[in-house]
Design a protein around this ligand. Structure first.
Ligand code: UDP
Ligand code: MG
Length: 316
């Protein structure tokens, strides 16, 4: 097998056929055998029926069917675990990432690059809120980690077999795949593109998933939030030491009695808020440590269709 295309799908019945035919057209132009590996992430619509149909009519189509929705990043991981190709491409199912770009990626791969990621110069048809939060997220993440995570880059990329094998060895639960790919290193390069509008259907990343995703990214690759807690703690202690001195001075050396009820209450409320936020930050990390300690499988495959390793139900 030379090329594996991994396509995570979650409730994509409106687009999956079109995605298949666009990918097919592109992959017919490449030199060598390929597979289109769909990972059905617990869709509740007719996605899986369509995949089964496609798999029957085209031997290039393979699929994994999850027992429930495990999330986009886990679906990609499962795809990597099962991909057989020498070069592996990850692409969204909604045609926001143009399949035609795969040809350019393959060119770069042949030049010797082991990771070719696609950088978005522009995002069409997405809400102002999504664009701005995404933009801010990539910049904050970049500022708070030591590894070089490229800006405005999604999971649309080509990786070499070597990179894929390294990623398969990393079994962390809170997965932030694009960070992991940066972390492993190798020879990386970018190609630029304008991100299209979703072909049909709605985004499968509501705010809740976006929040989890960004927290996973932050906590997996940065201790900065924890350091922020101690930094803030130190600054506040210094400020209160000063305040204590002032209060003591007033108590013993002046006649001013402080009416002070409201200022007292305000400072208490404020510092309690800060303390709870910081506890929450620590909690985010501890929760993730707990997840790792439980050591559950990352995903469960109900059913799969793969010619290479038929009946193989690898979950980790
Ligand atoms: N997806 C998935 N599981 C999920 C959410 C999304 O497999 O829980 C897939 C989805 O089908 C799509 C890709 O991940 O192929 C990206 O999702 P989407 O296009 O909705 O995200 P957006 O582009 O809006 O950020
Ligand atoms: Mg999309």
């Amino acid at each position: 097998m030379k090329y594996s295309i991994i396509i995570p799908v979650y409730n994509e019945e409106l687009v999956v056929r079109e995605t298949y035919s666009r990918l097919k057209t592109v992959m017919e132009q490449v030199d060598g055998p390929y597979e289109l590996l769909f990972v059905n992430d617990g869709s509740r619509d007719a996605t899986i029926e369509i995949l089964k149909e496609l798999a029957l009519s085209d031997r290039h189509v393979k699929y994994l069917d999850f027992s429930r929705n495990f999330g986009h990043q886990i679906a990609i991981t499962a795809g990597m675990d099962h991909a057989a190709g020498a070069a592996i491409v990850i692409i969204d199912a909604d045609l926001q990432d143009p399949p035609e770009l795969i040809l350019d990626m393959i060119e770069k791969w042949k030049e010797g690059y082991e990771v070719v990621y696609a950088k978005r110069t522009k995002r069409n048809g997405e809400s102002f809120f999504k664009k701005q939060t995404a933009k801010a997220f990539y910049r904050i993440l970049r500022a708070s980690t030591d590894i070089d995570i490229p800006l405005d880059t999604g999971d649309f990329r080509l990786i070499d077999r070597k990179v894929c094998d390294q990623l398969k060895g990393m079994k962390e639960q809170s997965r932030f795949v694009r960070g992991l790919v940066s972390w492993v290193g190798f020879k990386q390069t970018a190609i630029e593109y304008e991100r299209d509008e979703r072909m049909a259907g709605e985004t499968k990343y509501p705010l809740k998933k976006m929040l989890k995703f960004s927290m996973d990214g932050m906590t997996s690759f940065s201790y900065k939030p924890l350091k922020l807690a101690s930094l803030l703690g130190m600054m506040l202690s210094a400020a209160s030491a000063l305040a204590i001195l002032i209060v003591l001075y007033q108590r013993f050396f002046t006649e001013t009695t402080i009416p002070g009820w409201s200022s007292l209450l305000l400072t208490m409320l404020f510092f309690n808020g800060v303390m709870l936020i910081m506890l929450g930050v620590i909690g985010e990390y501890i929760g993730r440590i707990y997840d790792e300690a439980k050591d559950r499988p990352l995903y469960i495959v109900r059913d799969s269709h793969q010619s290479e390793h038929e009946n193989e139900f690898v979950t980790r």
